[in-house]
Design a protein around this ligand. Structure first.
Ligand code: CTP
Ligand code: CA
Length: 224
């Protein structure tokens, strides 16, 4: 029997994908989270793998299981996600699909917080989390050739995403409108606008897997 192996356009390329939400602990039983299911990140990692890439998949606690055939690094917090990204080998491209919590609880407790009978709620203090995308975009020798961020917005989507691309120093931003009425956050479809150095491109609303395939093909072209 003869076997044929068809090398995809990303054969021999390494790509890092961050995905899912992060959980920021309040105490051992409670945390701050967001509505990200991780579905778009899983689809992107799978699509990159299908084109032949070696994928490092750094994921927070997502509702959707990671794809097969990728190297999975499971994390919980934003700080752990940054640590995992820094520990990963040098990659050709990185896609930051994670919905990283913007803030962590400063005064988180190692013990379950208890009601003290006074009727008063505890005051939580927050610190801003490190910006993983911005950190990687600013790397020197280890910077991936192509750095792709997402921008989840509810207002002025394209304007905010365009400003975000500059502020973060990444190459592309995949912008999506996550207003509740779009049903995108936690849903199965996405409607994105790709913001690159040459302008913006609105993609039609399609399944998250189709969006992922289209993005993977674009990444392959950019790395070719
Ligand atoms: N991101 C990141 N680390 C963070 C925050 C965001 O890596 N601490 C990445 C996300 O994975 C995404 C991009 O940055 O690719 C934009 O995330 P977004 O939440 O839209 O932007 P922020 O800079 O956090 O701004 P804001 O939420 O205030 O709009
Ligand atoms: Ca944010």
């Amino acid at each position: 029997m003869q076997r044929f192996f068809i090398a995809g356009p990303l054969a021999g390329r390494k790509v890092l994908v961050t995905s899912g939400p992060t959980h920021e602990p309040i105490d051992p039983v409670r945390y701050i989270a967001n509505r990200s299911s991780g579905a778009q990140g899983v689809a992107i990692a799978g699509a990159l793998r299908d084109l032949g890439a070696e994928v490092v998949f750094v994921t927070g606690p997502a509702a959707v299981p990671p794809p097969h055939g990728v190297q999975v690094v499971q994390v919980e917090t934003a700080a752990q996600m940054l640590f995992a990204v820094e520990a990963a080998p040098k990659v050709d491209a990185a896609v930051f699909a994670a919905a990283v919590a913007d803030w962590r609880v400063d005064n988180s407790s190692a013990h379950k917080m208890k009601k003290d009978g006074s009727g008063k709620a505890p005051a939580l203090a927050f610190s801003e989390n490190p910006d993983i995308l911005k950190t990687v975009s600013g790397w020197g020798d280890k910077r991936p050739k192509l750095v792709v961020g997402f921008a989840a917005e509810t207002d002025d989507v394209v304007a905010n995403a365009t400003a975000k691309r500059t502020r973060k120093g990444c190459d592309w931003i995949v912008a999506n409108d996550v207003s509740p009425e779009t049903g995108i956050m936690g849903g199965t479809e996405n409607a994105v606008t790709l913001v690159t150095e040459t302008g913006t491109e609105a993609w039609p609303r399609m399944s998250k897997s189709e969006t992922a395939r289209k993005l993977a093909v674009r990444i392959a072209k950019a790395l070719a």
